[in-house]
Every structure is written in C-alpha cells, then in structure tokens.
Design a protein around this ligand. Sequence first.
Ligand code: PXG
Length: 295
Amino acid sequence: MSIKVWIDGKFYPKEEAKVSVYDHGLLYGDGVFEGIRAYHGKVFRLKQHVDRLYASAKAIWLEIPMTREQLAQQVDACVKENKLTESYIRVVVTRGFGDLGLDPRKCPKPTVIVIADTIQLYPKELYDTGLAVVTAATPISHRENLNPRIKSLNYLAHILAKIEGIQAGVHEVIMLDHEGYVAECSGDNIFTVTEPDKKAKGKKIVRTTPANAGILKGITRDAVIELAEDAGYDVREETLTRYDLYTADEFFLTGTGAEIISVVKADGRVIGDGKPGPVTKDLLGRFRELAKSGG
Ligand code: PXG
C-alpha cells in the first residue's frame, strides 16, 4: 500500500503528493520543517517538536495556519493513517504559493505538509563499530545571517558540508562556526565524554556545545542531557574545539534519525580505544527505553 501524504487538509498517495513550482519553499527555501520519530506507534516528544516548529516559523515571520494542537493531532493522524509503528515523520511548512519575486506578501497562505514514512539513516553495523567523521571546510551559517536554531528549508550549507564528507568517504562531518569553534554535524549534535576533573566529584563528564553557539537545539540532544543528568554524569554545555573532540575518551552524535551513535575516528585521529565507549552505550540503552514511552 502506498504511503499517504497530508497536504493542506487532504491525503494524497505518495506519487501524487505535489506542491506548486510557484511555492516559495521550492523557489527560495522559504519555510521551516521538523523531522520526528514514532516508536511503537508513539510519537517521540511531539510537543517539543511542535514548539520548535512554531519557534522557527516565528523567527522567519511565518504564521502557521493551524493551532499547535491541530498540528500535533495531524502528525498522530498521519502515523495512524499509514498504519506505521516505527516511523519517521517530516512536517514542512512553506511560505506557500506566490509569484516569482521574493516578496512573501505575494504568498497568501502557507503550505502545510505532513509525511509519515520510514527512514534508515545509518547502517545497523555502524552502531556496533562507530563511525568516522571529518571536519568540513564549509562553516555553519552565522547566527545573525540564518540562525542555526531555525530549522529552515535552507540546508545548503549542511548539504555542501555533507558532500565534503561523502567525498572523504565518511558518514558525517563536523561543522565549525565562523570563529573555528565546534558547532554541530550536518544533521546531528555533538557530545564528548571525559574522565572526572576536580569539580566533577568523581562523575564522568558529558559535554555538548552550547545551544546558542550556532547549533540546532536538538530534541534528541535535550533528551540525552536529561538522561545523562539522571544517570549521574556531570553534564556541561561548553564551547568545544576540535582538540577537545580528538582527545575525548568518547565522542558521540545525537539526532532524530541517528538516535545516539559513536564516533571512533575524527580527522584521522582514533577516539579513545577506537570502539564505542561505555557511556555512549549506557546512554543509548537509556534513550531506547525512553523512546518506548514516547519520551
Ligand atoms: N543539527 C542539525 C543541523 C540537524 O538537522 C540535528 C542537529 C539533530 O536534532 P534532533 O532534533 O533531530 O535531535 C538535526 C536534525 C538527515 C536529516 O537526513 C537529519 C536531520 C534533519 C533532517 C534530515 O540526515 N537532523
């Protein structure tokens, strides 16, 4: 049975689910989106995803023509309509149909799309072996240009960085900010694990880059911060350099598609003992338990 896609109030078979060539989402990347997972038929942290979508929309002066509750219900309805238990959901809101000019006032009504389908971001084996990354030459956009907190339809910098990774034969890339500090990966947030310092009182330290440092504030990242705190790690949001990544005992990525995945090589340096570490594995176990309950 074909996947049914919801566009502006109606379901269409996947093959017929189309938007206009005059849609400013296509013409200008003018819009916002969310990538969401459902586990065992339960949507993971739906409220947080809907809130982030509305925040992204507000930042680009886009008014979503539905209430948060209606949109959340529609996400649930799309998963049910397609009889999916394990699902990857894409919500897209574009500026809508307009003319060929930039002016968003020519777009009377935003286009709202909900796709509930499936995804396999990384091959299963990579969760056992860990993956390699390199640093992309393409930086993350400057926060005063297009703030990476906005999950906008303009992903070109991330895609260019991703292509650099593909050419280097790796699965993900580290993106730096304009000052050379570590921001995030092309579609994942970054964490490290190190041994306790004096302040950590015997707790292993789990670090991630600060939310306002030019990153997308990942829903998975937030969940992992909470899980790591509950598990008794010393969690810190700190500015990181590539040196911090290379010398960490463990290095892992978080994202809706990836969940939690270990990085065992960065720019040619072997991380820790070159295998997924105990804290990464512990947090992945806890994350999968949390996912069973919808988060
Ligand atoms: N940073 C960026 C730039 C992202 O796009 C994340 C972090 C992780 O955030 P969440 O909320 O998912 O924990 C993302 C989201 C892909 C793909 O196909 C990945 C994302 C979005 C769209 C597509 O790799 N990741």
